[in-house]
Design a protein around this ligand. Structure first.
Ligand code: AMP
Length: 121
């Protein structure tokens, strides 16, 4: 499937939609989730056009993967959850119930996050 250049995170990356930036470098942008599911809820995205974790893992350059992985700890510190902890979630594809087709990792913290998952009936 081709990357949808009109997805909301692509628009954020082009500066067409505002965001509350937490961190930015050449390869990565991190910003607050617009509908936070925890006291701290930050999204970390690569600047490259990758639709999912699957796509990013398979196709991103080593430099992009290193920058993205290193950014997680920088973002968690900046968001104040590096020490207290957080959950990192990458919803991927249909079964992962990914809504926005641009790879992102959710960092959720600032409180106890609760059980791992609840499967639908
Ligand atoms: P996912 O289901 O993993 O694709 O999650 C997409 C996330 O993007 C949701 O948690 C939304 O609240 C969040 N989101 C959607 N639009 C925006 C936006 N304009 N700014 C920040 N977060 C957004």
């Amino acid at each position: 499937m081709a990357y949808d250049t009109n997805n909301i995170f692509a628009k954020i990356l082009r500066g067409e939609i505002p965001n509350q930036t937490v961190y930015e470098d050449d390869h990565v942008l991190a910003f607050r989730d617009i509908h936070p599911k925890a006291k701290v809820h930050v999204l970390v995205i690569p600047k490259g056009a990758y639709e999912s974790y699957e796509d990013f893992s398979a196709k991103a350059s080593d430099a992009e993967i290193v920058a993205f992985t290193r950014a997680i700890a920088k973002v968690s510190k900046l968001a104040g959850i590096g020490v207290t902890g957080y959950r990192a979630i990458a919803n991927t594809g249909a079964d992962g119930m990914q809504e926005v087709p641009h790879f992102h990792i959710h960092l959720l913290g600032g409180q106890r996050i609760g059980g791992m998952i609840t499967l639908p009936e």
